[in-house]
Design a protein around this ligand. Structure first.
Ligand SMILES: [Fe+2]
Length: 241
């Protein structure tokens, strides 16, 4: 089976449904229901990847992507469901002794689920750059696209321990903003809607880049899907205006 046939086949691999090549670019987040993270019963679930596990090579290798999507992201989804159950149990039994523990855990695991779900859609296998409203706002709020890239990259590279560099839209000020998130949930601003997230946990890069987080972040800028970030801005403006 050659690469083209492989993409067309819709195989199931590593728990991820393989959709046709470029489907990530031809259908919107809304049409794909890409950001729907709970099922009809209110349980968290993981959306399938919109591409094969080798789609981002050589910039992100298939093994890293497989482990990251299946075990790290997948593990957070399972844990978030458990956290929610334990909170419900506490309430059902009128015993709030450990509810603060599960509430903190839910914040951590659900934030991981949300950021990872966005992260997969923020990546593609070709270079792109921001256009339209996103570009105008980048120029207004950061000076230029180059300055934004420099700022976001530096912020991501310098996270203390594990975390994320995030470009988000802050509806309270109608501005783009950069966050340096520790773990999955710390150092946020209330209200910020993430548009572009850069995972700098070691699991995101260690197999290929070893301890060179800086190289991983620089490399990642070659496969950012700026169309996806634009669409996220458009959606954020719609729901907050
Ligand atoms: Fe991750």
């Amino acid at each position: 089976m050659d690469r083209k046939e492989f993409f067309k086949s819709g195989l199931i691999l590593g728990g991820a449904t393989l959709l046709p090549e470029n489907s990530a670019f031809s259908q919107s987040l809304v049409e794909n229901k890409t950001d729907v993270l709970v099922d009809k019963d209110g349980n968290f679930f993981q959306q399938p990847l919109l591409y094969t596990e080798s789609f981002l090579e050589p910039f992100m290798d298939a093994e890293t992507l497989h482990l990251h999507y299946t075990f790290h992201h997948g593990g957070a989804v399972k844990a978030a469901n458990k956290d929610l159950q334990m909170i419900k149990k506490s309430l059902d039994e009128n015993n709030l002794e450990t509810v603060d523990y599960w509430t903190k855990k839910l914040s951590y695991h659900l934030s991981s689920h949300i950021l990872h779900s966005i992260f997969w859609t923020n990546l593609t296998n070709k270079a792109s750059s921001p256009k339209g409203d996103l570009l105008k706002r980048i120029e207004k709020d950061f000076g230029s696209f180059d300055k934004l890239k420099m700022y976001l990259a530096k912020t991501a590279k310098d996270v203390d321990g594990n975390g994320w560099g995030i470009l988000g839209y802050q509806p309270y000020t109608d501005k783009l903003t950069i966050l340096q998130c520790e773990n999955h949930e710390k150092l946020t601003q209330w209200g910020v809607i993430p548009l572009l997230v850069i995972d700098v946990w070691e699991h995101a890069y260690y197999l290929k880049f070893k301890n060179k987080r800086t190289d991983f972040v620089d490399n990642l800028f070659s496969i950012i899907n700026w169309d996806n970030a634009s669409e996220r801005l458009e959606n954020a403006l719609k729901i907050t205006k």
